[in-house]
Design a protein around this ligand. Structure first.
Ligand code: ADP
Length: 457
């Protein structure tokens, strides 16, 4: 990635500089030409072109001296001024002077003179001769040399700018890619099992947003892992007790310590019941976690369903000497609620059995039904000890019990409220707990009467 980014930067810099140099070279060439022609120097090149054309036409330099003369008598003011003092000499390919604008041609051009002269070409490109201009505005190669110098200067400028740009590109690519490298490292760490990996996003750009999203994901994964670990430990712990009870009883029966009677088999059976409930509860929670808890909704008369369940609990309530009341204030507005009656019964069973379990003899457990804005609200108020304030936030956590040993003695799995809440949520409702001012716990179950707006299942 870094190499690709650097290459991309380098390409952009290169293209920019190349076009800059190309534009600069062509425009300076034009400018220089204009300047030169304005100052008279341009004429030498034009004369050289005329001489080449003459040679190509005639195949020799004979009579070409006339062109040097013509040049002198003018091609516009600029040239006149420039050419007036110019000493022009035309030499053949061997360097022998064949024409001179200051008298009779004589001698040959020296090597230095040839180097300073304009080379004249024949049609095939071969050397036809030299045009040497001395004096006047100076060296006839001035334009070419000036152009070359300008080109060299702009190439140097381009090279310096390119080097600076490349340095900047390296710095930028390092800065741009550092968060990506951090993310890669953290992701690799997480893949290797270290869920504590986090990145440190800076700023508010897209990469920072990606870093924040990554940290958020890592938080969730870490929490999920902790929950899973705690859950596995809890499950192992919960299974151990009934299994130990079963084993102890069965061994005692086998060794003849206990006689094999129906009463002595009872604890084994109760432990088996607890295990069955535990497994069933875990399965329900697993389904809820996976979002696979399918509700079978059907029009349900909610007050009637509550009344029926309450009637089932009546013998138990009488045994515990707890008064069980139903106050229906729904005014017939909850008779067609679209609910999964089996799942609602499960919630009611949990709340009623808890209420009865924690209410002292002589206490009351009241279920109050109201309907408010498309929702049924069911209050389960008991006259028990209530829930300690510090326990309220954890009450719906799996395996949470305020009093561990008491709950287990009474056959609780510690999953009842967690499941009840999941079932309420699956209906698009909610289940919350609080304490009444006068003492005792109150659970509030909210259920939408028509699931259209909050369907989850
Ligand atoms: P359990 O199987 O232990 O009853 P639950 O999930 O149903 O598990 O309840 C969790 C804990 O909440 C209980 O152990 C108990 O401490 C507390 N609890 C539930 N209902 C009541 C209530 N009506 N009054 C006081 N405490 C309650």
């Amino acid at each position: 990635m870094r190499v690709r980014l650097l290459l991309a930067f380098a390409l952009v810099v290169l293209v920019t500089l190349a076009s800059m140099v190309a534009v600069a070279a062509t425009s300076t060439a034009g400018e220089v030409r204009m300047f030169m022609s304005g100052s008279g120097m341009m004429g030498i090149d034009l004369l050289a072109q005329d001489l080449e054309a003459y040679y190509q036409r005639n195949g020799s330099w004979a009579g070409a001296g006339q062109l040097l003369e013509d040049f002198r008598i003018g091609r516009g003011m600029g040239m006149m001024m420039g050419s007036a003092s110019v000493h022009l000499r035309l030499a053949d390919a061997g360097g022998r002077v064949v024409a001179d604008n200051r008298g009779q041609p004589q001698g040959s051009l020296t090597r230095v003179q040839r180097a300073n002269a304009v080379e004249l070409r024949e049609t095939g490109g071969g050397l036809a001769g030299y045009l040497l201009a001395e004096g006047g505005m100076g060296n006839p190669n001035a334009e070419r040399q000036l152009l070359q110098r300008l080109l060299r200067a702009s190439l140097l400028a381009a090279a310096i700018a390119g080097a600076l740009a490349f340095l900047l590109a390296m710095l930028l690519s390092y800065r741009l890619l550092r968060p990506v490298e951090d993310l890669t490292r953290a992701a690799a760490g997480m893949a290797a099992g270290d869920l504590a990996q986090r990145v440190h996003p800076q700023g508010n750009d897209e990469l920072a947003a990606l870093g924040k999203a990554f940290n958020h994901m890592a938080d969730s994964l870490e929490r999920a892992q902790q929950t899973r670990q705690a859950m596995t430990a809890d499950i192992a712990h919960e299974l151990r007790t009934p299994i130990a009870i079963q084993r102890a009883h069965l061994e005692a029966l086998q060794d003849g310590i206990y006689p094999l009677t129906v009463e002595n088999l009872q604890p084994v059976l109760e432990s088996a019941d607890l295990l069955t409930r535990l497994v069933e509860d875990l399965r329900t929670l697993a389904l809820a976690d996976a979002g696979a808890l399918r509700l079978q909704r059907a029009p349900t008369d909610l007050p009637q369903l509550v009344a029926r369940v309450i009637e089932r609990f009546r013998p138990e309530a009488e045994g515990a000497q707890v008064r069980l009341n139903l106050v229906d204030r729904s005014a017939g507005k909850a008779q067609q609620a679209l609910l999964d009656s089996g799942r609602i019964e499960q919630i009611l069973n949990n709340l009623l059995s808890n209420g009865l379990r924690y209410s002292p003899p002589g206490g009351t457990l009241t279920v109050d039904i109201t309907v408010d804005g498309g929702h049924a609200r069911l209050l389960f108020a008991d006259s028990g000890p209530g829930i300690p304030d510090d326990a309220l936030p954890y009450l719906f956590d799996r395996f949470y019990r305020v009093d561990r040993s008491r709950s287990r003695e009474q056959g609780g799995t510690g999953l009842g409220l967690a499941i009840a809440r999941q079932l309420a949520l699956a209906h698009g409702g909610d289940l919350t707990a609080a304490n009444q001012p006068q003492g005792g716990a109150v659970f509030t179950l909210i259920l939408p009467l028509s699931p259209a707006e909050t369907e989850i299942s």
